[in-house]
Design a protein around this ligand. Structure first.
Ligand code: GLV
Ligand code: MN
Ligand code: MN
Length: 412
């Protein structure tokens, strides 16, 4: 089989997709269910249809683009990723896996392959947590990790429910029907940018992901007492931001002293109310992200944060409310897919690195219902979730080629 990736076409499509953005170039902002995201998705669906794929959306807006295999009863070989982008992001996160997956199918079509299994590109809904506070909404529902009832309780920053927002975006059907039937996939393999510096540092063009770290996130509200920044003396204060600062540092210490470099913890959002220079902070909202490859160590950090909350609350007389949004288990890749990816690399003499994904991906949730693995390509300087995110055309095309080889092997 002689596979040819059309590098020019693939890069042109990535550049074009980046123009569907609510931020000025080179930044990309594409939040789920906004008009911009819907138009971008429509444009990708058109490209899939042009390639002869059968396209459908489910009730949460996950898009399935299928190249029909010879055996309609055989389970599907899946690939894909997401096209939503956090505020002020770059153009490659998720997109490389979607358009790279489409390009891989086009290369396979051109090679004359008649696959036994159908090959499907999945464009997941809301991999990013921007709108509903929970990442991987689409794949959580597809895999049954999140129930339809729980999804319906999620609201966006304006208080609109998932149901209201998705129906407003024109999606019909019931969330109860999103979960895929058992055995739907034979395998799921996701191409993605690394989003970290390891491949570049090691001088390797490809990474084969063997496990995905376990993410957890929380929202916290710290309620103190506001007042005049000049008139209220220090002994009388119940400053919510000072309490929050104590918690943020306690979290950092817990991650740094976990005993492993794999433990990471971040407070990425800190909203201060009322937010005036001469007003004591009365209320603070924090968003907390904790991850580790080891579930026990990750949970130890959550428990350390619990203890810090109790201590700070008592010491500073503030009320602390904590909501655990998600605490997911890690995932191990399926050995047959890892072997197919490795074999494809060896065939082309492409060096590769076995890796751990510290970012989460839809594959984490697809792993609950199917064997999965991921293929990483280098990210320049390890940058991601920022406008100067970059992967070279050659690296992207190489990833699409290895993906195509792997899909071909898996459809046998
Ligand atoms: C996904 O975008 C992540 O935060 O890992
Ligand atoms: Mn991302
Ligand atoms: Mn991503």
């Amino acid at each position: 089989m002689n596979l040819k990736i059309d590098q020019r076409r693939l890069i042109d499509e990535i550049e074009k997709l980046a123009t569907f953005s609510d931020a000025e170039a080179p930044a990309v902002t594409r939040v789920v269910f906004t008009p911009t995201e819907r138009t971008a998705r429509g444009w990708v669906k058109d490209r899939c249809q042009e390639a002869g794929l059968i396209v459908r959306d489910d009730a949460i807006g996950n898009t399935f683009a299928r190249w029909q295999g010879a055996d309609l009863n055989a389970p599907v070989v899946g690939t894909g990723s997401h096209i939503d982008a956090i505020p002020n992001a770059g153009k490659y996160d998720g997109v490389v896996g979607v358009l790279g997956g489409l390009e891989a199918i086009r290369a396979l079509q051109q090679s004359g392959l008649r696959p036994r299994h159908s090959i499907e590109v999945l464009i997941f809904t809301a991999e990013e947590p921007t709108r509903f506070g929970l990442g991987c909404l689409g794949s959580r529902l597809l895999s049954g990790t999140l129930s339809a009832d729980a999804a319906k309780k999620l609201t966006d920053n304006e208080g609109a429910t998932v149901d209201q927002v998705r129906r407003g975006a024109g999606l019909a059907g019931e969330l109860e029907d999103v979960k895929l039937p058992n055995g739907y996939h034979k395998a799921f393999v996701e191409l993605h940018i690394e989003q970290g510096p390891i491949l570049e540092r090691e001088g390797k063009p490809l990474g084969i992901v063997e496990r995905i770290a376990a993410p957890a996130s929380l929202r916290m509200t710290i309620e103190g007492s506001g007042g005049h920044a000049g008139a209220v003396l220090m002994p009388d204060r119940r400053d919510a931001l000072s309490a929050a600062a104590e918690l943020i540092l306690a979290l950092e210490t817990a991650a740094k002293t976990s005993g492993a470099i794999d433990t990471v913890a971040t407070v990425g959002i800190c909203d201060v109310f009322p937010g005036a220079v001469n007003s004591i902070p009365a209320r603070v909202r924090l968003s907390v992200d904790i991850r580790d490859t080891n579930l026990q160590r990750r949970d130890n950090v959550i428990h350390a944060l619990d203890r810090a909350c109790r201590q700070t609350s008592a010491k500073r007389q503030v009320a602390i409310q904590k909501q655990l949004l998600n605490a997911d288990a890690p995932a191990e890749s399926g050995s047959a897919i890892v072997e197919a990816l490795s074999e494809a690399c060896r065939k082309h003499n492409f060096p590769y690195l076995p890796m751990t994904s510290r970012a989460y991906h839809d594959s984490l949730f697809m792993s609950r219902i199917a064997p999965v693995a991921m293929l990483f390509i280098p990210s320049k300087s390890g940058y991601s979730h920022r406008p100067d995110e970059y992967s070279s055309p050659e690296d992207i095309a190489r990833g699409a080629l290895v993906l195509a080889e792997t899909l071909a092997a898996l459809t046998k």
